[in-house]
Design a protein around this ligand. Structure first.
Ligand code: GDD
Length: 317
């Protein structure tokens, strides 16, 4: 199978590429001039890299024309929620226009059999009341950040392109996912990096945190990439699926689990700059629709995810 991954150099993209190569797929991936290559270094000889600015419709048209993919995993995005408050326009353009360019290219090239997965997000649910959990696909979308709004737009564009043009687009609303290679800005990876730095004496034994009361549903990235491949194998075109473990953690409790993995004594201190203008307080996934449709079940325990993330940072700081 000829597969295109947008954002192959990223956290999820690199794990997905490894998974697809092991399945015997021919893997193509897009990158930008400033993309970091360290995550995909070991698989570089086995993949086809194409430089492409997804915001540029001409480049995307050429990309799709050249590769004529049978499967597309559209992962490239501005994915850090706080960045979307600092530069909302950039988030909108990166997330919405890039996807639009991709859909238009597939449509205009007449690749009707190409199946496309789009990485939507639980951030779309935004303001969720406790009695509305666990969250189903039918829950209202009340995004609380420009990032959340951009993901709603991506999600609905996927629906519209299936309805209007018959493209085979599967929308996956993934809850928080973690694991080795996770960017250092994201909560558990950030905490793990700080622990590793403290262990090596590179930082005083004080771990800075933001809102510890938020509740998140964490899934290991390796389970998530397997879910994406199942979404394209068994998912219904135009349909939307929640993907998440169904197990929630208060961020403060997840931090306590992480701190159990180190011998050093660490003080936890709130850094006001890590607080958000509005935070999504609870994201608890009901993935039963996806599980029923595809047979997917998460397999990697949370303790292993934390352990592997900490080891990842211990090797790098
Ligand atoms: N990043 C960060 N978050 C912190 C910190 N302290 C507490 N938090 C809280 O930890 C939660 C998770 O933050 P992130 O890891 O930044 O992820 P997110 O905002 O939930 O968004 C992630 O998940 C979405 C799916 O729900 C993804 O769509 C998105 O791209 C991202 O991966 C938020 O409630 C945040 O306020 C900190 O020091 N840093």
């Amino acid at each position: 199978m000829r597969v295109l991954i947008t954002g192959i150099t990223g956290f999820v993209g690199s794990h997905l590429a490894e998974f697809l190569l092991a399945q015997g797929d021919e893997v193509y991936g897009t990158y930008r001039v400033r993309s970091r290559m360290d995550h995909i270094q070991p698989i570089l000889p086995k993949i086809h890299l194409v430089e492409c600015e997804l915001k540029d419709s001409v480049s995307v048209m050429q990309l799709v024309e050249r590769i004529r993919p049978e499967r597309i995993y559209h992962l490239a995005a501005q994915s850090f929620v706080p960045t979307s408050w600092n530069s909302p326009q950039d988030t909108m353009v990166n997330n919405i226009i890039a996807e639009l360019n991709l859909f238009e290219a597939v449509r205009k090239q007449g690749l009707q059999d190409c199946r496309i997965q789009i990485a939507c997000s639980s951030e779309e649910y935004g303001m969720v009341y406790p009695e509305e959990t666990p969250i189903l696909e039918t829950n209202p979308l009340r995004p609380l950040s420009p990032y959340g709004v951009s993901k709603v737009a991506q999600d609905l564009l996927g629906y519209q392109y299936t309805q209007s043009y018959g493209l085979h687009i599967v929308r996956t609303r993934t809850f928080n996912h973690e694991g080795p290679r996770r960017g250092e800005a994201f909560v558990l990876s950030n905490f793990a990096k700080q622990v590793a730095e403290i262990e090596k004496g590179l930082k005083p034994p004080v771990l800075e945190v933001g809102n510890l009361d938020a509740i998140r549903d964490f899934t290991d990235v390796r389970d998530v990439v397997r879910a994406y491949t199942l979404a394209l194998r068994h998912g219904i075109a135009g349909d939307v699926y929640n993907i998440g473990s169904g197990f929630t953690w208060r961020i403060g409790d997840a931090l306590d689990e992480l701190l159990k993995l180190t011998d050093v004594q660490i003080e936890v201190r709130q850094d006001p700059s890590r607080m958000r203008p509005s935070d999504v307080m609870i994201l608890h996934c009901d993935a039963s629709k996806f599980m029923k449709q595809t047979g997917w079940k998460p397999e990697v325990p949370f303790a292993k995810t934390l352990h592997d993330m900490l080891d990842y940072w211990r090797e790098r700081v």
